[in-house]
Structure formats: C-alpha cells, structure tokens
Design a protein around this ligand. Sequence first.
Ligand code: UT7
Length: 321
Amino acid sequence: MSGSRILGTGSALPRRVVTNAELATRVDTSDEWITARTGIRQRYIAEPDETTSSLAIAAARAALEDAGIEPGSIGLIVLATATPDQTFPATATKVQAALGCNGGIAFDVAAVCSGFLYALSVADSMLKTGMARRALVIGAETFSRILDWEDRTTCVLFGDGAGAVVLEAPGGSADGAGILGTRLHADGAQHDLLYVDGGPSTTQTTGHVRMRGPEVFRHAVVNLSDVLKEVLEETGVSAEDIDWVVPHQANARILDATARKLGISPDKVVVTVQDHANTSAASVPLALDCARKDGRIKPGDLVMLEAMGGGFTWGASLVRM
Ligand code: UT7
C-alpha cells in the first residue's frame, strides 16, 4: 500500500545572494577552491528581519497554493530545523499561527541535514494512523546564524532557505502515488565529526558549527548508498526504475560519488548546491520544489529523496509523485 501522497511543494529563499567572490573578500578562500571542492557558486544569507519561521511560512504558503488547498485543512505541521527562532516554543507553532490553522498538531524535529526525511516519515506515520488528514512538512534553516565566519572550512559551505510539502493521508486514489518506503538511521557515536559547540543545557549559548569535513564526506558516501539500497530492496524497485534522485545538497562530489556507486546516471540527480549551498534540513524540499517547478519532476515519476547529517543521522524515502 502507498503511503501519504505529496499534493504540493513550495520553497523560499532570503533576499540576499552572497557569491563565492564576495565571500573571498571577507574570508581566506577563493571562488576556485569553493567551486572545485564543493560545486557551490553562491548561497542565500538571511537579513536580520528574515528568520527560520519567516522562510518556513513563505515556503508553506507556496506549497499550499501549489496544492490548491486552504490552510484550514492542515491538521499537522512537522518542521525540521537545527536553527529554530527560539529554544522554545517549536518554530512549527509560529508557522501554525501565521497560517491560522491553530488547534492541530505542530512540533519541530531535530535531525539536522536529515531533518526533512525524519519529518516526512513522522508525518507519514501520523497520517496513516489517522491523527490528521493533511500535513505540512517543512525544512527551514538560517544556518548562517550558527556559522563561525572566521572558520573557512565551514562558513563557505552553508546557506539559508526553506522548503515545504503538503502531504495527504493515503486512501482512495488508484494511481499509486505516495510514499512507497522510507529508511532512517542514526549513529550517535559519530557526534564529534559534525556538531554545534553550544546549546542551552551546556554553554547557554547558541554555538557554532564544527565539522571534520573529509571524514563526514567518507561516511556520507557509504551511508547514503547503503540506505538507498535498503529502500530499493524494501520496495522491490531497481535503481534503473528511478526517475529522479533528490539528494541533500552538501557537496556536488558526494552526489556524484553516491550516484556512481549505485549505477544511477548523474543526469537523474537533481543538483541545486551551486545556487543554494548546503541549507541543511531545507535542502531536499528546496531541490524537490525547484525540480517540480522547472518541469523535470512530473506526476507519476519515481523520486528518491535522501540525506545525511550531524548525529550522524541519515535516511532515504522513495516517493511516487
Ligand atoms: O551537511 C552535512 C554533511 N556535510 C557534508 O557532507 C560535508 C562533507 N565534506 C565535504 O564536503 C568536504 O570534505 C569539504 C568541502 C568540507 C572539504 O573538502 P576537502 O576536499 O575534503 O578538503 P580538505 O578539508 O581536505 O582541505 C584541503 C585543503 C586544506 O589545506 P591543506 O591542509 O591541504 O594545506 C584546507 O586547509 O583546503 C584547505 N581549505 C580551504 N582552502 C580555501 C579548507 N577550506 C578552505 C576554503 N578555502 N574555504
């Protein structure tokens, strides 16, 4: 049986674009290094008046409009973020208030760059058990606020943005659309390879991102190809049948290496890292929305979503659009 189906997608980006060349005037780096090592050419950076919730609300409104439904029918909001507006309440509740669909369920999920995959799976499970009929699943970040702008090994890699999907509980439709299978994992033993060096219960500060990039890179390629294989096995689908892979956008070289390992043509991989950089939990729904809106992903396509991030956490989900 298919899982919940995606009725619409939306995304939002801050107003300001920061190119590699502009960054190189502030940090000891170069456009050549960033482009060659990561594929990133620019990123969007939030202005002081732009927040995780404002980006999330804009993405959610765009997804609702795309789905052609009113906010009033949304009974569940699951928002993935590592950069909430406040320690509490959940940023999802701010989105709920802005959309005026108060009274349903709203909460945040913290799984960093895999957050959207975790949120999608949680929402799908809750819709299947009848907790709500329609959900908004959002990935939204202002990662620029937790970057150490003196650390060139991390600050050039990330950007801000948000993406959202409207999900509807399975039922009735004969077209086979919906989430076909999902696998999620975490390995808390890898904490020190990617983390933020602050938090309410430790330093009482927000902290900054710390990453041992080359080690994360190696784990990412292995973990992502393993979890993609698991989802293919679970759903009985072969790699050739996939129309599009929509990966977390951390590094173009990770996307290439993972696709190559699975024998998936690079032409089937949606790549937006050049425009957005790594937007953590926002990157998968942002890329999904871009590829739907530019006409690449069409109704009926078989789409693999995948991500890996701090924790470590990682996961993949196969969806018939
Ligand atoms: O979203 C969560 C998942 N995150 C990821 O998947 C990120 C995974 N890791 C990566 O994408 C890559 O490891 C990086 C892009 C972070 C780094 O690329 P790399 O090819 O692994 O480079 P490196 O860290 O091995 O550094 C190579 C050199 C070093 O200089 P030396 O020691 O060889 O002299 C660095 O100091 O590049 C230097 N370097 C830079 N140079 C110019 C590091 N950052 C920069 C920079 N500009 N921004």
